[in-house]
Write a protein that binds this ligand. Structure first.
Ligand code: UGA
Length: 488
């Protein structure tokens, strides 16, 4: 097998007067040259007319109608490709056929509706595969009991593939341990599918901005065993502007895990700085601003808070930790990142106790339940840990979220229809998710309706001075707190 390794050339499809498809060769050190990166410069297509402009229209079967699968399918359809999305859940497929979108993702409804004629939804493998040039696998890879990634859904897709009589490229979008591609390759070969290509094409989309992240990516990573497969996957993305990193399969798999680990490390780092700020009187918001202006560091992912959650970071951290351990390496830094995050979620309890004493019988309002705004996802959300700990301490817990219905996950928590209702009669409020609605709230009026106007701003979203002027004892994360506890 031809393993292309990192491709040191840079190329681009035309900008301005340059005809499309012209290859620009950058010398090392020239502007635009990035080692191992092809810089794609396709002109941006006007909204609503992502026609293929002479480029090849491909047929793509996407396995998995979850977050990643639907965004991938909708975006490829928007680029002009014919897409069949296949899922094992008949209800989900029925809903999609009826034009209902089963997940909350800004812009996705519109994109699916706009590209309806290029999208089909099915539970049938053969129907999805029929005439396909690419099979995208976007199924879940949740953690097993041991913390490793559960790849059973990936293997099911591989084993269900019919004996294709032409060259189709199987591309893996799901996040998987390094080495998975090698195993998939061996399984395809063993099944008599030696002629089928393989690519690792990991996703870097964040919930809430997934459509934008797909169509305007920081990079497109393509790991293959064969340069022709990389060419095919790169061509599939024509119309999307962004650097393309072509590499071997193992490196592509590691890029995904390492990128998420780096982002989590930044979060745990700034959270620890926040904790030291609290002990020393510094303000982490200002500190992050000052640190982030260093061009070598940049401003992103330096927002201190009550820890990261979601369907990706905690799962991927665990998978990378186990991957390292299974390979005989103790990944100390990642272990610390995970532990810092767990402790960070619980620090709010200490803050509440410092102000209120025992929490037994106290009423605490949680504002926001989703792991971040613009999503209805509560997986690994700090709100779940917080609610559990508060109930265990004997507190009464009320909660509000504009999107999430937390009934299934939050037993014993009273759900309120509005933030004001959740706050009414409460002894304390914790801002858990930075929903924009909370910036608009009439905090002065809310303060009057609370038993004790105490607010722990778990995301440093609000202006401390404005909240104090509104009558609150305000405490953020890593910001100077009133020395006397503020309530007397
Ligand atoms: C994350 C990555 O950002 C995506 O690039 C990646 O593709 C995705 O995981 C994935 O692996 O599929 P996501 O989990 O949707 O995306 O959400 P983020 O916006 O990254 O936020 C994750 C958590 O970190 C949230 O709980 C957020 O509140 C927290 N966070 C983020 C902070 O506490 N501080 C920050 O400065 C930034």
């Amino acid at each position: 097998m031809d393993n292309p390794g990192l491709d040191a050339r840079s190329s681009g499809a035309g900008h301005g007067a340059r005809p499309e498809g012209t290859v620009l060769e950058y010398g090392p050190g020239e502007p635009g040259a990035v080692s191992g990166v092809r810089r794609r410069r396709s002109p941006a297509l006007p909204v609503g007319s992502r026609c293929r402009r002479g480029a090849r229209v491909s047929r793509i079967a996407v396995f998995g109608a979850g977050h990643v699968g639907l965004v991938t399918g909708a975006c490829f359809a928007d680029l002009g490709h014919e897409v069949a999305v296949r899922d094992v859940l008949p209800d989900r497929i029925e809903a999609l056929r009826a034009g209902e979108v089963p997940i909350f993702e800004p812009g996705l409804d519109e994109l699916l509706a706009k590209n309806r004629e290029r999208l089909t939804f099915t539970t049938d493998v053969r129907e999805a595969i029929d005439g396909a040039d690419f099979v995208y696998i976007a199924v879940g890879t949740p953690p097993t009991y041991s913390g490793d990634a559960d790849l059973s859904a990936v293997w099911t897709v591989i084993d269900e593939l019919p004996l294709l009589d032409r060259r189709v490229v199987v591309a893996l979008k799901s996040t998987v341990p390094v080495g998975t591609g090698e195993k998939v390759r061996r399984r395809l070969d063993a099944r008599g599918l030696r002629h089928v290509g393989y690519a690792s094409n990991p996703e870097f989309t964040a919930e809430g901005t997934a459509v934008r992240d797909f169509l305007h990516p920081d990079r497109i990573v393509i790991g293959t065993f064969d340069a022709a497969d990389a060419d095919a996957v790169e061509e599939l993305h024509r119309g999307i502007e962004g650097p393309v990193v072509r590499c071997d399969v193992a490196s592509a798999e590691m890029i995904k895990l390492a990128a998420n680990a780096a982002l989590m490390t930044r979060i745990s780092f700034i959270n620890e700085i926040a904790n030291v700020c609290e002990a020393t009187g510094a303000d982490v918001v200002k500190v992050a601003e000052g640190v982030g202006l260093d061009r070598r560091l940049g401003p992103h992912f330096l927002r201190a808070g009550i820890g990261y959650g979601g369907s990706c970071f905690p799962k991927d951290a665990s998978a990378l930790k186990q991957l390292a351990a299974n390979s005989g390496y103790h990944f100390q830094l990642l272990n610390a990142v995970i532990e810092v995050n767990e402790l960070q979620k619980r620090r709010v309890l200490g803050k509440l106790q410092r102000h209120l004493g025992t929490l037994r019988g106290k009423r605490v309002a949680l504002l926001g339940l989703a792991f971040k705004p613009n999503t209805d996802d509560m997986r690994e959300a700090p709100s779940v840990v917080l609610a559990g700990r508060l109930l265990a301490e004997g507190a009464e817990v009320t909660a509000w979220d504009p999107v999430v219905d937390g009934r299934r996950l939050l037993h014993g928590v009273e759900l309120a229809a509005s933030a004001r209702e959740a706050l009414r009669g409460a002894d304390a409020a914790v801002l858990v998710t930075e929903w924009p609605e909370l910036a608009e709230l009439d905090w002065a009026a809310a303060a009057k309706e609370m038993r004790t106007a105490l607010l722990i701003d778990g995301r440093n979203m609000l202006d401390p001075d404005a909240l104090r002027a509104a009558g609150f004892v305000y405490e953020g994360i890593g910001r100077a707190a009133p020395r006397n506890g503020g309530l007397d």
